[in-house]
Design a protein around this ligand. Structure first.
Ligand SMILES: [Zn+2]
Ligand SMILES: [Zn+2]
Length: 184
């Protein structure tokens, strides 16, 4: 179901990211937004690495993405293939500025291999789209939704992610469309 959200999305590889999941994600988001393109990669900010945790601080990556200074109506989604964390959390699938212009997701924990399971490309692709849609939803001003089938449902684990859809529930879609009509 394409909702055609009137926003242009730019995907930015953060560090080394394989081409295939970027292309797949672009195809999926093209069906859901006005447009989606892949921009030039940026390096992982060196200061984001925490050697004790062996993870990268997602907020530091968001700050780097913000420096790209995307124009009004453009949402920038960083895609990283390193494990991300936030203070007080063991890890994060992604982070976004609520109502802002930038978000980031990590691919690492979306792969079955991370959990010692055999690869499942289709599952990996679905999870990537869901995490991307969720964080982009935050940039569009949407908060978490209590509907466990809605992409804005908070995923505590991949079980939650796998259960929910990749799209907004009618309530979230309504909130979004109303905000866009009333917005500047
Ligand atoms: Zn969220
Ligand atoms: Zn919802």
């Amino acid at each position: 179901m394409g909702v055609g959200i009137p926003v242009d999305v730019v995907l930015i590889p953060v560090g080394d990211v394989p081409w295939e999941p970027m292309e797949r994600l672009k195809e999926e988001l093209e069906r859901r937004f006005r447009s989606c393109s892949i921009g030039d990669p940026i390096p992982i900010p060196p200061g984001s690495y925490n050697p004790r945790r062996r993870q990268y601080l997602s907020t530091a990556i968001l700050r780097s993405l913000l420096q790209l200074n995307p124009p009004e109506g453009v949402k920038v989604l960083g895609v990283a293939d390193v494990d991300l964390y936030a203070p007080r959390l063991n890890f994060v699938f992604g982070e976004a500025q609520l109502g802002g212009r930038c978000a980031v997701i990590s691919l690492v924990r979306l792969r079955q291999e991370f959990y010692g399971l055999p690869p499942d490309e289709e599952l990996f692709r679905q999870r990537t789209v869901k995490e991307a849609m969720h964080e982009l939803g935050h940039t569009l001003g949407l908060r978490h939704c209590l509907n466990s089938g809605c992409v804005m449902f908070f995923s505590n684990s991949l079980m939650d992610t796998d259960r929910k859809s990749a799209d907004l529930c009618p309530r979230c879609l309504n909130i979004l469309l109303r905000a866009m009509r009333g917005g500047p």
